[in-house]
Design a protein around this ligand. Structure first.
Ligand code: IPE
Ligand code: IPE
Ligand code: MG
Length: 229
């Protein structure tokens, strides 16, 4: 049987710090290596025909980390988009962002806006980067928008329209690297029926083979959505 490719793949990219620590390197070296894994996975996803790739890059809780690490992460983000914007553009990638990313440092916001704007006509792969994102925050933000609109009642469908990126279908498959088995506040509403895949591989080591292993595992699942197979 032909391999079923998830339409929407979401990844909790975890383990950068441990990758670096195991090599006696500063944590930031792990984040730099993690950016290379992003590059690999974006292009591998295009090759496999994935339509939406969501990447959890910075959570609302990650502000608890030392200021120097946060600053380092912001620099890597900025550099990544600056360096890759043309390559992404020509590969047909549409860059999108989810989360309260406008609250990031202004220089980061500017470059992300540029990446979003430069790629907005593309449709081959929607690359959704979650920055300053929290699933609970997203739900609370939606509730406040609903109240702001003067609505007193919503249903599931109208509630969804108040989420950060309402036109993107729910993830089919969520991958978390580095052996942790939790969702850490990622896409809480959207992953209600997602298939979850956990791997020991640390994010900087993640490559095409790991992606294929996850897709192969996904192909063994029987999705029932509460019904009968
Ligand atoms: C994931 O790697 C990247 C971010 C959360 C920004 P970590 O930095 O969490 O790496 P570990 O979990 O400490 O190894
Ligand atoms: C989840 O990783 C957040 C991102 C990948 C951006 P964390 O490393 O922050 O999660 P916890 O703290 O282990 O749950
Ligand atoms: Mg971590």
């Amino acid at each position: 049987m032909a391999t079923l490719i998830p339409v929407h793949l979401a990844i909790i990219m975890d383990g950068n710090g441990r990758w670096a620590e195991r090599r006696g390197l500063p944590r930031i070296a792990g984040h730099r290596e993690g950016a290379k894994a992003v590059e690999r996975v974006v292009f591998a996803s295009i090759k496999r025909g994935i339509k939406y790739l969501s990447l959890y890059a910075f959570s609302t809780e990650n502000w608890k980390r030392p200021e120097a690490e946060v600053r380092g992460l912001m620099n890597i983000l900025k550099l990544y988009f600056l360096m890759k914007i043309d390559r992404l553009k020509w590969a047909g990638v549409r860059v999108r962002v989810g989360g309260r990313w406008k609250e990031l440092p202004q220089d980061v916001v500017k470059i992300i806006e540029l990446a979003v704007d430069e790629t907005k006509a593309n449709d081959k792969l929607h690359l959704i980067v979650y920055l300053n994102y929290g699933g609970r925050r997203e739900i609370v933000d939606a509730v406040n928008s609903i109240l702001g609109d003067g609505k007193r009642m919503v249903d599931e469908e109208s509630f969804r329209s108040f989420l950060y990126i309402p036109d993107v279908p729910d993830p089919d498959l969520v991958i978390r690297t580095s052996g942790e088995k939790r969702v850490s506040n990622f896409l809480l509403w959207q992953i209600a029926y997602a298939e979850l895949y956990f791997t020991e591989t640390l994010w900087p080591d993640f490559g095409e083979d790991d992606l294929d292993a996850a897709i192969a595992d996904y192909n063994k699942r029987k999705r029932r959505f509460g019904g009968l197979a």
